[in-house]
Ligand binder design. Structure first.
Ligand code: ATP
Ligand code: MG
Length: 270
């Protein structure tokens, strides 16, 4: 199977998540809105925690891609906005969105896991859906994997990425839980992050990198307050059960300097 490994993942390059998103985007657009087949369910609408969404696997130029079918409401519009932003401004820890489009379908079809391949988008569909096409991260979420050996790198990558998102992209994630953090492989031994005029380096990724998906609760705003960043960092520490006292202390910080000081303490403790 080894020679075909490149077919399993979309190609990547340092910094950005895909080598040539434009190729996949134009293949997506050529495919049109009515030519998509969903092959296998990853999460049915009945199993979603939030609103209706069916997540499954499809194919694009021989690569497996994720296809997410959502009700066309505010959450889907928000997810669309964030994915389109990061398609144009790729980030190493954000899943690479490829294409988003609208079509009509019937929600009942997507409540349960599918048993055989199914086409999406129906001419006589009764509801409007947002369809998201994004890269497929084969290992799934960090909840599906044993990350003990490289937990420190995963936590620090997420913390430093969150600083970059806040400072450079004005992006705030707001949906932290283990099933939304995917586990990707990487050939980068080191990873560098920059924010607030400072630089942080992960010395050894051990070949793994966390990648966020699910942006229905996220936001990109003109102005963010430091306490909003503090909340995000505290939530990351909480997910990984890192020192609860420090998590609470960070969560109540109201300026960047204090947040960065606590992060320094955390990075030494890990
Ligand atoms: N690109 C991807 N590659 C691999 N697995 C993915 C990908 N995107 C999502 N998944 C898996 O599918 C699950 C559901 O996706 P997502 O969180 O986007 O949907 P959701 O309906 O908003 O979920 P929920 O409401 O349950 O949080 C994720 O928790 C993750 O395990
Ligand atoms: Mg989710």
């Amino acid at each position: 199977m080894k020679p075909f490994r490149y077919l399993e993942y979309l190609k990547k390059h340092k910094g950005g998540r895909l080598e040539n998103v434009a190729t996949f985007l134009s293949a997506c657009q050529r495919k049109g809105n009515s030519n998509w087949i969903i092959e296998k369910t990853i999460q049915s609408a009945d199993d979603a925690n939030d609103e209706f969404a069916h997540v499954g696997i499809s194919k694009l130029i021989e690569n497996q891609v994720i296809i997410k079918i959502m009700n066309n409401g505010l959450r889907a519009q928000r997810e669309k906005k964030i994915l389109e932003y990061f398609r144009n401004n790729p980030h190493q820890n954000i899943v690479q969105g490829i294409y988003v489009f609208e079509c009509k379908d019937n929600p009942i079809r997507w409540n349960k896991s599918i048993k055989t391949s199914q086409p999406i988008c129906l001419k006589d569909g009764i509801s409007s859906f947002i369809i998201i096409i994004q890269e497929y991260i084969k290992l799934g979420s960090i909840a599906d994997n044993d990350i003990t050996k490289f937990k420190k790198s995963i936590i620090l990558q997420l913390i430093y990425a969150t600083l970059e998102w806040y400072d450079i992209h004005k992006f705030i994630y707001q949906d932290w839980h283990k099933w939304n953090i995917l586990l990707d492989t990487t050939t980068d031994k080191t990873r560098t992050y920059n924010a607030f005029g400072k630089k942080w380096v992960i010395q050894d990724t051990m070949g793994y990198s966390p990648v966020l998906t699910d942006f229905a609760r996220s936001n990109i705003k003109k102005h963010l307050e430091p306490y909003e960043l503090a909340d995000q960092i505290a939530l990351i520490l909480d997910i990984f059960n890192v020192d609860q006292e420090i998590a609470i202390a960070i969560g109540s910080c109201e300026n960047i300097k204090d947040i960065l000081n606590y992060i320094k303490i955390v990075s030494k403790k890990l």
